[in-house]
Design a protein around this ligand. Structure first.
Ligand SMILES: [Zn+2]
Ligand SMILES: [Zn+2]
Length: 223
């Protein structure tokens, strides 16, 4: 046992069981999402964007894993606080297990790009949870990891406080490609913790495709 375990003993966020933040039993109670087409939000096998829904610079598909409920919701909410690194690590391990056993549509030779947070908010939160989780996922999946591929240009009002059209406006031209990192047709998985409308993923995807990416998918823990 190290000092951190003594000072901050781990308890499952769902049932208080020792040694986990998300114990397998509580995670098992969270429903898995049904994959949808990110454009029309209707069911789609493996999360592919329907051929008829494809748009210029649009995502080729998107995969989410869990419903935003129970211990998944609790752990994602906790990620917003400092020192939640271990929760991030557990989520990453469960995600990789799920991807390896259930998901076959994501491009195999790929670069994981986490959705960037605006610098100021990142510092306030302590860390970019999508970057932390994404890094572990990339390592364990054998993907490349490129946290500086896309940068956020300016501060925006958090998406959850806005609706529909406002959300789109809020994100228009918020992200920019890091011009020092060439894409040359590379396959990309854009990663975020939660997908609400998919607008953020789509916007990051658009920037990447315009910058020369090939296939681009979205991946989120929850929806
Ligand atoms: Zn539990
Ligand atoms: Zn569709």
């Amino acid at each position: 046992m190290n000092l951190v375990d003594i000072l901050f003993p781990k308890f499952c966020l769902g049932c208080r069981m020792k040694n986990y933040f998300l114990c397998p039993a509580c995670l098992g109670k969270v429903r898995l999402v049904r994959q949808i087409c990110v454009e029309c939000e209707k069911p789609s096998v493996d999360g592919f964007t329907h051929i008829k829904c494809k748009r210029p610079w649009g995502l080729d598909g998107a995969v989410s894993i869990w419903e935003y409920e129970k211990v998944i919701r609790q752990s994602i909410l906790k990620l917003k606080y400092n020192f939640a690194y271990e929760i991030a690590d557990e989520l990453a391990v469960y995600t990789v297990h799920y991807l390896k056993t259930n998901v076959h549509a994501l491009p195999s030779n790929t670069i994981l790009v986490p959705v960037p947070l605006y610098m100021r908010r990142e510092r306030w939160r302590g860390f970019n949870q999508s970057e932390r989780i994404g890094k572990i996922i990339a390592e364990k999946m054998g993907w490349n990891f490129s946290p500086e591929q896309v940068v956020r240009k300016s501060s925006t009002v958090p998406q959850v406080e806005l609706r529909g059209k406002q959300r789109k406006m809020n994100l228009k031209d918020v992200f920019a490609l890091n011009s020092s990192k060439k894409l040359n047709g590379a396959s990309i998985v854009v990663f975020d913790d939660v997908m609400t409308t998919g607008t953020t993923l789509k916007e990051v995807g658009r920037v990447l495709k315009r910058g020369g990416a090939g296939e681009v998918w979205g991946l989120t823990l929850s929806r």
